[in-house]
Write a protein that binds this ligand. Sequence first.
Ligand SMILES: [Ca+2]
Length: 117
Amino acid sequence: MNKVFPQGDGTGNAAARTKTLSRGEGDAPRSLPGFLVARCGDPASWIYSDQKCDGTNHCGDCSDELSPVSACPPCGPGWWRCPPTVFKYCSCIPRSLCRDHVQHCSDWSDEYSCPGL
Ligand SMILES: [Ca+2]
């Protein structure tokens, strides 16, 4: 898994970058710099900062993607805004899922309104 971390002060250590854990339970590891860690709506859960506002439901309750916990920009150009039927997404789905004859939005807008890629 190639992860892109936010630019820090250049002192991030290699051990932190090679971790493969995608979602943590309990206390965030103290070995990680604070800027690498973000809290979910449930304070018992945490994610890496770069998993916030990336369109994918990492916290399980979408608190990493939706207000009031996260202030994310609206769906990017590669995304379609709708109420997803799939757990993986929160308020947008990738446009590659539009017009594929499979329902991904609860209002079916991915099949009937989304122009696709
Ligand atoms: Ca996420």
